[in-house]
Design a protein around this ligand. Structure first.
Ligand code: C2E
Ligand code: MG
Ligand code: MG
Length: 701
């Protein structure tokens, strides 16, 4: 009884029942567990082979019968899985094992066997099979990695999308197909979310085996075991390259003009909004330029729309070529274009840039029926003066454009009328400069430089003067910036160099003592021209020895120069020419840079000299500059010296040379020669009241 009890208990635990069929009597015996498995009541159910067969699923009955008969006939034990239908109609799976016992005459006596409910294993297996088939047949790429980020498996779609085979991927680290599109913080946030929320989804760029990066929409899920330990991560993704492309195409179409490919009004407004924010943040300016073609309607009416279209395309093309890379050219209506000049320093530069647009449209356009001249009317508004938001700036540029139309078209106006006037003056001056070059309206004046130690004249600076036939004498401060902006400074600078060298050589030949001739050089002459070539030619043409020539370059320019410009300076030094830094103290010199530059001399700016007698700070700064020059072994000249007090201070502080109205105003060559010839030779004699009459008579230009 105890053994029977144990057996019953272990059958219950294992959920395995046992049975026995007496083949002589066809009597079937079931253990308690079998009744339990089949949910039958031992008091109501009479087990028999036929009754048992009835419980088997209709479709499995023949199979079971056949297998059993075969087993008995062939004397082989068998095991078989089949379905049974419970009294309540549910279907379960059982595993049946059976062996038949025979007597000495080989007659089957009885069959004994076990029956086990395998429904849950069956279901699990079934689910696995389903999952596996989803894994393999889905169009979405799937990648499974373990807790230490090693790839465990990828599916077919992954291989198709990424180009990697299973062999190449499995065993790799999860990031093996990462692109360089995202930074570390992107991945850090991604994994933080996976850890916290169990899941992340979003757009991520990965890399195809061929090396090409492509966008995917990816979902990463964390897989934990029963104890909450992460065992795997599953990534499911789709390739969204085509989605993105068509999205981009739609975006492009929505933001661009179909005829010219230029940004349309919508994109322009977006850019204007961005420009406003940027300019506000950095306290910069930008200009909105409204362009309306003059008489465009006539082209359409006379030649037809296709010709009008080609004209617009050509105009678009020319405008695009006339602006810088960061600027925007947009077409906002039939013959209306808008240019956004981003980050423009002021009205002057906006005027120059706008003139370039006008110039670009000047040459006649070749069209089907022949040449057509286009002109346009332009209105310009500036941020922030003429408006602080896109709409106001556009409206005001438009208003300015109508002003141009009213003034006879083909030109431009600023929204602020005074700006138009000064821009016009600029363009008058610019035209005048071209004229002046041809007509020899320029002149050089000279201002001596005095050695504080010996009292002798040690140099003379050449300063350009422009005698305008109508406007009178124009100061270099007014026209040099215009000459620089238009590039005219290169021929003008060449004229100055040639003239100054010739004058210096003439004085040398006449026996006038003056040291070296100092010539002012604009940065543009280095950036746009070949300064060493100009200097070589001028020296050769005039015969002036190189050590008699000194070049003055402003500190602001010299400190912001490229290696190429510095090489030009070195080339000049190697020629034997002296180099001086003009307006020293007004720029931002870097000491290390200063040490490397091939300069000989610093010119302390007038603003410091002017303040010398009263201002402690300026005296201190001047002393510091002198000490610095001493360490760097550079000569120092103070410019703009006007009083005895300044001379006394400079002398005492150890300054080498001085230049200014105290000694002489800049005057023309004849007067300069006269001044130099009558200048006392020794320092003891150098007191202004000793100076010869006329020494201070130069008129201040
Ligand atoms: P800069 O080279 O610093 O020239 C010194 C300026 O100070 C000259 O003005 C000169 O007349 C003036 N000056 C001289 N002594 C005194 C003084 O005691 N007190 C005062 N208040 N001023 C004095 P200028 O001739 O009007 O020239 C102005 C600037 O124009 C020059 O400054 C230089 O940067 C530029 N410049 C002149 N000629 C040329 C040239 O041929 N080429 C280039 N690229 N620039 C030139
Ligand atoms: Mg100078
Ligand atoms: Mg100066």
């Amino acid at each position: 009884a105890r053994a029977e009890n144990r057996l019953a208990q272990s059958q219950h635990l294992a959920q395995i029942g046992s049975w026995e069929l007496d083949l002589q009597t066809q009597e079937l015996w079931w253990s308690t567990e079998v009744y339990q498995l089949f949910a039958l009541n031992p008091d109501e159910f009479k087990p028999s082979f036929e009754n048992f067969l009835k419980a088997i699923h209709r479709r499995d009955r023949d199979m079971v019968r056949e297998a059993y008969s075969r087993s008995v006939a062939e004397r082989e034990p068998f095991q078989l899985e089949h379905r049974v239908v419970m009294p309540d109609g549910t279907v379960r799976s059982v595993m049946k094992r059976c062996v038949t016992i025979y007597n000495a005459e080989d007659q089957p006596l009885r069959s004994v066997g076990t029956v086990e409910d395998v429904t849950s294993q069956r279901d699990a297996q079934h689910r696995l099979r389903l999952a596996a088939s989803v894994f393999e047949s889905t169009h979405e790429g799937v990648i499974i990695v373990d807790a230490s980020m090693n790839v465990v498996d990828i599916n077919h779609a992954f291989m198709e999308i990424s180009g990697y085979s299973r062999g190449e991927a499995v065993g790799q680290q999860a990031g093996f197909w990462r692109s360089e599109r995202h930074d570390i913080s992107f991945y850090r946030n991604l994994w933080r979310e996976v850890e916290q929320a169990g899941r992340w989804h979003g757009e991520i760029w990965n890399r195809h085996k061929s090396g090409v990066a492509f966008p995917t929409w990816l979902t990463i899920s964390r897989v934990d075991d029963h104890d909450g330990n992460t065992t795997h991560y599953v990534g499911v993704f789709t390739d969204i390259t085509t989605v993105k492309r068509s999205h981009e195409r739609l975006q492009y179409a929505a933001h661009h003009d179909a005829l010219t490919g230029l940004p349309n009004r919508m994109l322009l407004e977006e850019r204007l909004g961005q420009a406003t924010k940027r300019a506000q943040r950095r306290s910069r300016r930008f200009a909105v330029v409204f362009i309306d073609l003059d008489h465009f309607k006539a082209v359409n009416d006379n030649f037809g729309h296709p010709v009008g279209d080609s004209l617009l395309q050509e105009v678009a093309d020319r405008l695009c070529h006339a602006v810088r890379a960061g600027d925007t050219v947009a077409r906002i209506g039939g013959d209306e274009f808008v240019v956004l000049f981003d980050d423009i320093p002021g009205a002057d530069q906006a005027a120059i840039a706008t003139q370039k647009l006008l110039k670009a449209l000047e040459p006649p356009v070749q069209l089907e029926p022949g040449e057509v001249n286009v002109s346009c009317s332009i209105g310009v508004s500036l941020f922030p003066e003429d408006g602080r938001d896109a709409a106001t700036l556009m409206r005001n540029a438009d208003t300015a454009m109508y002003r141009t139309k009213a003034h006879g078209r083909n030109g431009f106006s600023f929204y602020t009328a005074e700006l138009t006037a000064s821009a016009l003056e600029r363009s008058t001056l610019e035209k005048g400069l071209i004229h002046a070059l041809a007509q020899h309206d320029f002149q050089l004046h000279y201002q001596p430089q005095i050695s504080l130690r010996t009292g002798r004249i040690c140099g003379v600076e050449a300063l350009i003067r422009w005698d305008h036939p109508e406007l009178g004498t124009i100061a270099p401060e007014r026209f040099i910036p215009i000459a620089e902006a238009s590039g005219l400074i290169v021929p003008i600078g060449a004229w100055v160099m040639q003239t100054a060298c010739a004058q210096a050589q003439q004085w040398l030949e006449e026996g006038v003592t003056f040291g070296a001739m100092a010539v002012n050089i604009s940065g543009q002459q280095i950036n746009r021209g070949d300064l060493p070539a100009l200097v070589r030619k001028s020296l050769a043409d005039t015969g002036l020895p190189p050590e008699r020539l000194e070049l003055e370059m402003t500190e602001t320019f010299i400190m912001t120069q490229s290696d190429a410009a510095v090489r030009q300076l070195e080339e000049l030094r190697d020629l034997g020419v002296q180099l001086a830094i003009d307006d020293f103290g007004t720029g931002y010199s870097s000491l290390s840079h200063l040490k490397q530059l091939p300069v000989h001399k610093l010119k302390i700016d007038q603003s410091f000299v002017r303040a010398i007698p009263d201002c402690d700070d300026h005296r201190t700064i001047s002393r510091a500059m002198l000490a610095l020059a001493d360490i760097l072994d550079l000569r120092v000249i103070a410019e703009g010296v006007e009083t005895q007090a300044q001379v006394d201070f400079l002398l005492q502080a150890g300054c080498d040379e001085a230049q200014g109205f105290f000694y002489a105003h800049p005057v023309d060559a004849t007067e300069t020669r006269h001044f130099m010839q009558s200048w006392p030779r020794m320092r003891s004699e150098v007191r202004p009241h000793d100076a010869p009459a006329g020494a201070f008579s130069g008129n201040r230009a």
